[in-house]
Design a protein around this ligand. Sequence first.
Ligand code: CLR
Length: 264
Amino acid sequence: MSGSEMGFRPFDPESSFFSYPTSLHIEELSASIVRSHRETTQYRPEELQALRWKVFSREEIHAYQSKSVDEMWQHCAVRLTDAVQYVVEFAKRIPGFRQLCQNDQIALLKSGSMEVVLVRMSRMFNTENNTVFFDCKFAGTELFKSLACGDLIAALFDFAHNLCALRLTEQQIAVFTALVLLNADRPCLEDRERVQRVRRDVELALSHILHRDNQESLLHKLYQRVPVLKSLCALHIEKLRWFRQLYPLTVHSLFPPLYKELFV
Ligand code: CLR
């Protein structure tokens, strides 16, 4: 089976690099990824903009800080899993993704969905006061105190802050997150070459939109974030192991099944 069944011609660098059909194809691919992104983000940029003034009160912050470690972990795991579910939906709508074998789709989501959530976090971040949209209001790092993993939270906020500083457009975020998912170096892939072929087109789509936006210098800056994403996800897994040792039953019986499937 080939991607052409989805109106998706595989890119062949030998044949027609600058020919009309290829650039049209890349144009269509970008548009399709942008649409998939728009349809699968919980909040639109205008909505987030309008909600920026909504911050947690001291009392509300205190209430979160008074939760027990396991209660707060469970709460965050549920929120995180919601976000992951939207990323799964996004992945399925990336042209070429569903044509990969099921094993490879799962392998890509297992290792990449959290990375995409973290890139998406920057859309929900307000650099003016270093807060992130969480439970319908903007929250600073102190709200997450009871998780007892301040270093992880600080690193996640730092990452969001720095990514925010690039002032990416929704289109740029859309295609960059597709690229984060389509990583042919992930463990347990059966058909790396096929992932690589789909990826190559998405890479062209990213170059294409950055060229169109006259922001080619962003490409390097975006690629620089990829190893940081990887280390943040490793830190998340490390914290989860620590937590599971302390509260095995909470993880076992109260964490969302998808969260366990992906991270435990
Ligand atoms: C990311 C962008 C998504 C919506 C979304 C949902 C859940 C949020 C997440 C965003 C950002 C990170 C977040 C998370 C819930 C908990 C987590 C605020 C905004 C914090 C950093 C705590 C992580 C705790 C782990 C140790 C479980 O579109």
